[in-house]
Design a protein around this ligand. Structure first.
Ligand SMILES: Cc1cc2nc3c(=O)[nH]c(=O)nc-3n(C[C@H](O)[C@H](O)[C@H](O)COP(=O)(O)OP(=O)(O)OC[C@H]3O[C@@H](n4cnc5c(N)ncnc54)[C@H](O)[C@@H]3O)c2cc1C
Length: 200
């Protein structure tokens, strides 16, 4: 049995979407220990939106509803450790990261950074911060990523911090790509997770 610990920083739509994909991949010989660290305070851009343009979302759904229902869906697939706090530092390397913040210190094999476009003050990532050129407001940032959202080996960006256009569906797609990139890294080959009729 292979068990990988993934720490996700940011518990809005991108962080939850990445967790959902990884949780859905838990079966047979592969398991994940998932932790989502969220600093709270409703800074997430998602809390500022009423959403009418995402397929299958109820018209006009707001951020609280999206987060609550996605958490409910997630918890049906896996036990997730939700940690309240702000991440201030990532150190170490793939397979042996330490994610530190206010009152916690989490070990991780992989880290997903889903911190949005408002700021990224995490020690260890400073050199990757750059202006977010697809956001029409001043002061918005993203992180320099390579193929498949890799920031550096074992650390992935997800959502608008990866530089995608600021739309909920783009944030979800980016997060899904990062989760599948982790699945591929573990498999040593291209990996996706597809359910089919009656498979659960
Ligand atoms: C006014 C407004 C209206 C919008 N309307 C629409 C719309 O109609 N349709 C649409 O598709 N999109 C809309 N959007 C865009 C959409 O809200 C964003 O694209 C989406 O929320 C991005 O998701 P995300 O998870 O990447 O980032 P965010 O939703 O910004 O979440 C980032 C999360 O990371 C957390 N975080 C940050 N740093 C740390 C840290 N160091 N430690 C722990 N946690 C941390 C934050 O607290 C936050 O919860 C709107 C945006 C705004 C501002």
């Amino acid at each position: 049995m292979t068990t990988k610990k993934v720490v996700i920083i940011g518990g809005s739509i991108a962080g939850l979407s990445a967790a959902l994909v990884l949780a859905s991949a838990i079966k047979g010989e592969l398991s994940f220990e998932l932790a989502i660290i969220e600093k709270g305070g409703k800074e997430a851009d998602l809390y500022k939106a009423d959403v009418y343009n995402v397929p299958l979302f109820k018209a006009g759904i707001n951020g609280e509803e999206i987060i609550d229902s996605t958490k409910e869906q997630l918890q049906k697939l896996a036990k997730v450790n939700f940690i309240a706090g702000e991440v201030t530092e990532i150190s170490g390397e793939k397979g042996n990261f330490m994610v530190n913040g206010t009152g916690f210190s989490e070990k991780a094999d992989y880290v997903i950074v889903a911190t949005g476009a408002n700021a990224c003050n995490i020690k260890g990532l400073e050199s990757f911060v750059k202006p977010h050129t697809l956001m029409p407001k001043p002061g918005k940032i993203c992180l320099e990523v390579g193929a498949r959202n890799v920031i550096k080996d074992g650390i992935y960006a997800a959502g608008i911090v990866s530089g995608v256009t600021t739309m909920v569906a783009c944030a979800m797609g980016s997060a899904t790509e990062s989760a599948c990139a982790i699945l591929s890294d573990i498999a040593g080959n291209v990996a996706v997770i597809h359910d089919f009729k009656g498979s659960r």
